[in-house]
Design a binder for this molecule. Sequence first.
Ligand SMILES: CC(C)(COP(=O)(O)OP(=O)(O)OC[C@H]1O[C@@H](n2cnc3c(N)ncnc32)[C@H](O)[C@@H]1OP(=O)(O)O)[C@@H](O)C(=O)NCCC(=O)NCCS
Length: 167
Amino acid sequence: MQNLLIRNETPADHAAIAEVIEQAFKTQPYSSHTEQLIVAALRQENALTISLVAVLNQHIVGHIAISKVSISSNHAGWYGLGPVAVLPKWQQLGIGSALIESALAELKSMAAEGCVVLGDPSFYSKFGFQVVPELILEDVPAEYFQVLAFNKAIPPGTVKYHAAFNI
Ligand SMILES: CC(C)(COP(=O)(O)OP(=O)(O)OC[C@H]1O[C@@H](n2cnc3c(N)ncnc32)[C@H](O)[C@@H]1OP(=O)(O)O)[C@@H](O)C(=O)NCCC(=O)NCCS
């Protein structure tokens, strides 16, 4: 998409990011409607590893957050993707995909081991995410929890997101 800029968040973006997340999740039946609070809490806790905004004509229209996850078998270098949000008016145009691709490229450049995501399998499989038996997120249907390993090795264990996700 022409004119689309993906960049790291700055302090001046915080309010616009919260607004984008709130609007994007407003009508989602599976949403807790706390996603914008989760991102703010991750930021507060210095746990927002990656926070990218999508900018169109100087307006923030999308956002993606990446934070560390822990694995019960103590393997480090794993991250969780999300929430990811695009303003309803700008969805289905490739902005969400651009945010996801940029965030995954940044994770790879940090020599991360891999990334997990909770969400629609048909959407995230396009980026290489797949359901694997080794990694488990408790209390969710297994088909919605997917994994992308950057180094082939997938450690076994139970995954936990940062405590900010329980807000
Ligand atoms: C999920 C979300 C971030 C995706 O953002 P998006 O900008 O609409 O994503 P994309 O446009 O890249 O991809 C969405 C669809 O549009 C299609 N698409 C991508 N580029 C396209 C283009 N140029 N023209 C037409 N369709 C396109 C994609 O193939 C994809 O199709 P699919 O639904 O069959 O998989 C957005 O829908 C959203 O904010 N939803 C509410 C919040 C949410 O549910 N977040 C995810 C859970 S954390």
